[in-house]
Design a protein around this ligand. Structure first.
Ligand SMILES: Nc1ncnc2c1ncn2[C@@H]1O[C@H](COP(=O)(O)OP(=O)(O)OP(=O)(O)O)[C@@H](O)[C@H]1O
Ligand SMILES: [Mg+2]
Length: 335
């Protein structure tokens, strides 16, 4: 059901539990079932290319298999492109004496906490917007838990990024009138990312102010639409990967609590690397005993969530053929 109902799947989990493998195998599975799939890596340490055993992909769509494209998002590139655009716009409308100050503000913004994450969020937003019109299913392989959770606290990330830029603009005296327009009293949506995007925030501004404000507003609205998609249980599902071990279980419990607080559509858990019945020997028997306890813990702790179990394989999963085998195991697991 999961792969036919929703249009956006986000795969999260602690470092090394198998997020990239599960995302890739799910993408292979959905594409084999005839869906047109875009698999997107948002982990700055990209590994989609490794999983598929192919040359680096990078921040442009590449064909991975029939019906299946891949993309590795690059937030640095986004930060650079965005700042270049804003600073070009600022320069177009300011005196040359201000250029050094604009450059300085752009450098500060580039280094400000959260700039990279916010830029990644914007790339994700663009990818969702474009991807939803070209693909049946978008699958996001995300960075380890903490990173993803921060990324998904959308309102904060949105505010930090745009407000950083607005503050940079504030210093440029020439833009004083833009800011007059954006004071909280005026009730403009730049100050309230969740305000009405249809409100005509630039009415009455001069051309110079309009251009810059429109750029910032366009981003704000894009992120707002993304937020709506991500919170829509009919469109989006979040799957959390964990292994039957103590620390991944603890981290998953914390993440599940945060996700539920944010009202994100958590659709289930993938319990990866479960010892297969065929594994024998005294050593493995002992491990299995401990694993049974962890699996029992998972079953009680996450009783309300659907759980899908994937067996540990004898070797790493690399290349399309190995991913196809993994996707068969996903079908057995209930996907
Ligand atoms: N069920 C499995 N059986 C055997 N090997 C597995 C299994 N699942 C994943 N692996 C292997 O474990 C390693 C880590 O998996 P993967 O890269 O998918 O994890 P990840 O959660 O994406 O890691 P990171 O947090 O670093 O992005 C890979 O070499 C992968 O091939
Ligand atoms: Mg990974």
């Amino acid at each position: 059901m999961l792969l036919t109902g929703q249009r956006v799947l986000l795969i999260g989990g602690k470092g090394g539990v198998g997020k990239t493998t599960v995302s890739s195998a799910l993408a292979v599975l959905a594409s084999q079932r005839g869906q047109k799939v875009l698999l997107v890596s948002t982990d700055p340490a990209h590994s989609l290319a490794d999983a598929f055993g192919r040359a680096p992909i990078g921040d442009r769509i590449a064909r991975l298999a029939p019906n299946l494209d891949g993309l590795e998002l690059d937030p640095d590139r986004e930060v650079e492109q965005h700042l270049a655009k804003v600073s070009a716009q600022l320069k177009r409308f300011t005196r040359p004496e201000m250029f050094a100050e604009i450059e300085r503000q752009m450098r500060l913004t580039r280094q400000s906490p959260g700039a990279q994450e916010a830029a990644m969020l914007e790339r994700i937003a663009q990818t969702i917007e474009l991807g939803l019109s070209d693909y049946d299913l978008l699958i996001f392989d995300t960075a380890p838990t903490g990173h993803t959770l921060r990324l998904l606290s959308l309102p904060e990330a949105m505010a930090a990024w745009t407000q950083g830029l607005l503050q940079a603009n504030q210093r440029a005296q020439k833009l004083g009138d833009v800011l007059d327009h954006l004071t909280p009293k005026a009730g403009r949506d730049l100050d309230n990312p969740l305000g009405d995007p249809k409100e005509h925030a630039t009415a009455g501004m001069d051309e110079r102010s309009k251009a810059i404000t429109e750029t910032l507003l366009a981003r704000q609205r894009l992120l707002q639409r993304t937020r709506e998609v991500l919170l829509d249980h009919k469109l989006t599902a979040l799957l959390f990967v964990l292994t039957p071990e103590k620390l991944p279980i603890l981290e998953t419990a914390r993440a599940v609590t945060s996700l539920q607080q944010e009202k994100l559509p958590l659709a289930g858990l993938v319990v990866n690397r479960v010892l297969p019945d065929s594994a024998d020997g005294d050593f493995l028997a002992k491990r299995r005993e401990q694993e049974q306890q962890h699996l029992a813990h998972i079953a009680s702790e996450f009783a309300k969530l659907p759980r899908y179990q994937l067996p540990l394989q004898a070797t790493d999963i690399q290349g399309l053929e190995a991913l196809q085998q993994m996707s068969a195991l996903l079908t057995e697991a209930g996907f």
